[in-house]
Design a protein around this ligand. Structure first.
Ligand code: KIV
Ligand code: ZN
Length: 531
């Protein structure tokens, strides 16, 4: 909320504090700075940069970020104790404006069992903390930790006292993600009804996702008057995570009218980039089904859905992938895809509708999809091409014959030797690399002569324990077209080699098809659409 715009929702990002504290490893100051700059470009209003008193490293990282932020307000967390608040102020005071966020728990279980105090002592500590923070800045946020489970009378008293002491933002965290949306909204309404000085502060919410309610609770709170949402990119955060930034931002954007005209300053088209950056730096891949930023979020698999999207994408897409910065939706060709999808894909590849028998191709596609799971456009093209030539099984151009790798210790240079069958000949190459897989990939690139860009690489264990088979999936970009490869072996380096060779064979086959399309034999190859 700003003085001029009561419908503006302040986005307070805590990826670098609540998000980072839940990672198995901590981030370096440089990594945090990179994330902070991306968050600023995303349009976040306040960035919780860390917990300065927790370590010298965190102190310096908070200070480094506070120095470079231009538009977003840097904020630091402190318990309601003098030393924390002073450390926060010291780290942040390199910035022209900054926020100190101080908190204390208010629920009975936290007050009695964790802090071993009574509520009147908590009330006093909260008030003293806010007053101390106000000595350093006029932007002070106070949080009632575990507000969701705090008796409402205590919560009202604490909020009133914190505002009277000078808090400009009062945060109501559902620390353990216990409340349900209407219940949480009711807490916000009660605060508005019962706290006499509530209009002197911005009411903020900070919801955790233990019951999967973080986004719903935050949005409901906004409908009941909250004007700041605390959230993390990709929903990172303690345990099941915090409210996810991209979900609330896009929900508010899409449902602005339903929500009474509220809006944020988030630049939606920077969401994909920021999400990817956070996932990479934090080493926390985004789950495929994650709303807004998961790889499946804009993928259509069922035949009925694909048919609808081909006719009008709004049938099954409430927002476009482009609107959050992705390059386009994905139509997955699987056994659930219908004829419309196959025809659309072949049209994209340049084949006229009457140049092949759709029913026949579709029947063969279904067989392949059952065998392979996902079918790619080059598979479909090969199916079309080889069916016309009546050439069902073609020998692969490349086949792994032998692989050996030397890598160990921090001082040795990873070295690989790979022997491949290339057509009818066997050839060997050796190479060094940044790691064993890089060395193997350098050999394969030289042996196949195919220079492609690795766009994704994943390893999964098939099975449990020592006998597990490593499965490597790669996608590569060759000449602007995406090819997929999969390899499986007890040795992950060999699985990686097999995956790249698999992709190389598909690239080689697609290239042969392209070649023969350049010099079409009568009735042998389907005709291209002329532009
Ligand atoms: O979950 C929580 O209550 C917190 C507070 C420090 C705001 O993270
Ligand atoms: Zn939290």
């Amino acid at each position: 909320m700003t003085a001029s715009d009561p419908n503006r929702i302040i986005i307070f990002d805590t990826t670098l504090r609540d998000g980072e504290q839940a990672l198995p490893q901590s981030l370096s100051a440089r990594q945090k700075l990179q994330i902070a700059l991306a968050l600023e470009q995303l349009g976040v209003d306040v960035i919780e940069t860390g917990f300065p008193v927790s370590s010298q490293g965190d102190f310096e990282s908070v200070q480094g970020i506070a120095r470079v932020l231009r538009r977003a307000v840097p904020c630091g967390l402190s318990r309601a104790v003098a030393g924390d608040i002073d450390a926060c102020a010291k780290a942040l005071s390199v910035a022209e404006r900054f926020r100190i966020h101080t908190f204390i728990a208010t629920s009975e279980i936290h007050v009695k069992d964790k802090l071993r105090k009574d509520f009147s002592q908590i009330l006093e500590m909260g008030v003293e903390a806010v007053k101390r923070a106000r000595r350093y800045t006029d932007d002070v946020e106070f949080s009632c930790e575990d507000a969701g489970r705090t008796p409402i009378d205590h919560l009202c008293r604490m909020v009133e006292a914190a505002i009277a002491a000078g808090a400009t933002t009062v945060n109501i965290p559902d620390t353990v993600g216990f409340t349900l949306p209407e219940e949480f909204g009711g807490i916000i309404t009660t605060l508005y009804n019962r706290v006499p000085n509530i209009d002197k502060a911005v009411i903020s919410v900070h919801c955790h996702n233990d019951l999967g309610m973080a986004t719903a609770n935050s949005l409901t709170a906004v409908m009941h008057g909250a004007r700041q949402i605390e959230c993390c990119m990709n929903g990172l955060g303690e345990r099941a995570g915090n409210c996810s930034l991209e979900e609330v931002a896009m929900a508010i954007r899409l449902r602005e009218a339903y929500m009474g005209g509220v809006h944020t300053g988030i630049v939606a088209k920077n969401i994909a980039r920021t999400s990817g950056l956070v996932a990479k730096i934090c080493n926390e891949p985004v789950p495929p089904h994650k709303a807004i930023v998961g790889s499946n979020a804009f993928a259509h698999s069922s035949g009925i859905h694909q048919d609808g999207v081909l006719k009008n994408r709004e049938t099954y897409e409430i927002l476009t992938p482009e609107s959050v910065g992705f390059t386009g939706n994905t139509m997955r060709m699987t056994a659930r895809s219908g004829r419309h999808m196959i025809r659309a894909c072949l049209r994209n590849l340049g084949y006229e509708d009457d140049s092949y028998d759709l029913n026949e191709i579709y029947a063969r596609f279904l067989k392949l999809a059952d065998k392979k799971g996902q079918v790619f456009d080059y598979d479909l093209e090969a199916l079309l091409f080889f069916s016309t030539l009546d050439e069902e099984e073609e020998e692969n151009a490349f086949e792994l014959d032998h692989i050996s790798v030397m890598s160990g210790g921090s001082h040795s240079i990873p070295t690989a030797s790979v022997r491949l069958r290339v057509g009818k000949r066997t050839r060997t190459e050796s190479s060094i690399g940044n790691g064993p897989i890089d060395a193997v990939y350098n050999c394969i690139t030289r042996l196949t002569g195919i220079r492609c860009q690795l766009t994704s690489f994943t390893i999964t264990a098939n099975g449990a324990g020592m006998d597990a088979l490593g499965q490597v999936n790669v996608t590569v970009d060759y000449d602007g077209r995406i090819f997929h490869g999969m390899g499986m072996s007890v040795d992950i380096v060999e699985a990686a080699a097999l995956a790249l060779i698999h992709a190389a064979n598909s690239i080689d086959r697609a290239a042969k098809i392209r070649e023969s399309r350049k010099a079409p034999q009568e009735d042998a190859v389907p005709a291209m659409n002329t532009p």
